[in-house]
Ligand binder design. Sequence first.
Ligand code: SF4
Length: 332
Amino acid sequence: MMKNETLHIVGLSGGKDSTATLLIAIDRLGKENVRAVFADTGNENPETYAYLEYLEQVLGISVVRLKPDFSEEITKKRLFIARDRRRGRDKRGDKIRWSNKAKRRALAVLQPTGNPFLDLCLLKGRFPTNRARFCTEWLKRDTFVEYVDSVIQQEGRPVVVVWQGIRRDESDKRKNAKKIERMARGYYNFRPIVDWTVEDVFRCIASHGLEPNPLYATLGRVGCAPCIYATKGDVRLLAASSPARIERVRDWEHLVGQASKKGFAAFFQGKELAGTKPGEVSNLVFWERHQIDGILHWAAKEGRFFAGDWEEDEENTESSGPRCGSEMGLCE
Ligand code: SF4
């Protein structure tokens, strides 16, 4: 049935910008007319889950939590691997076809686990990198867009406005971001803080009597635990504060490696990390240096993290290196 009201959706990441955006939306429209939506990667910091609960409690709202499910894609991938009889070699001279040994190994672990981040990496047979940042796309952007689309289809709203916590001074990529943008008939993106500074954002949160996500006091940003863009300092902090997370990365690397054709995977696969690039050293040495124990060793050594250690694809003016920065403001 067609409803007359415009639906206002705020993409919430648990970070400062989307929180300020939510506060403005509630101020202008009333909490009953605003829907806060959070896309859960399954690899969020515990502080972020707690912060969402805090916002719900103090604002008297209920946050919609989306969790992507890759079961169908995993079933298709299993069939593809099992039936793979391709011929020929890739540009590196490796056989394209999955060997019988790799098939057996992958099929033994390629099952949905219910954790979106892990399931996506199992499906891809690798972890994301800056050049292949499929985590942001599949876990945040696509999940959110599918939700908005389903709302338009199922709730029959004539107009949907998506409020995005994006600021022009965050990065070069965002410097021309518009305040309002028509995406399709009846579907608009609205960015109320597009010309704000970071100080404006924290001021807005404080003026509402709220605290920002406590991660700003430790990591300085909000994102996955860990994020593929973790700096040396982030890795050190995680190792000291949460050995269970490090253990989980170790387990995930094993599983994803088993599900891959190569038999190896590394969470921090950024090509120029840990002092080496693929092709410069043997595969075994590359994986050993880039899997979590090699990264812990690298992170423990003196020396700064340089932004160039990542295959940087965008200039950031707010932090020392690249970061998640979904173009919809769904993660920071
Ligand atoms: S870029 Fe980092 S914070 Fe963003 S989804 Fe990927 S791992 Fe998570």
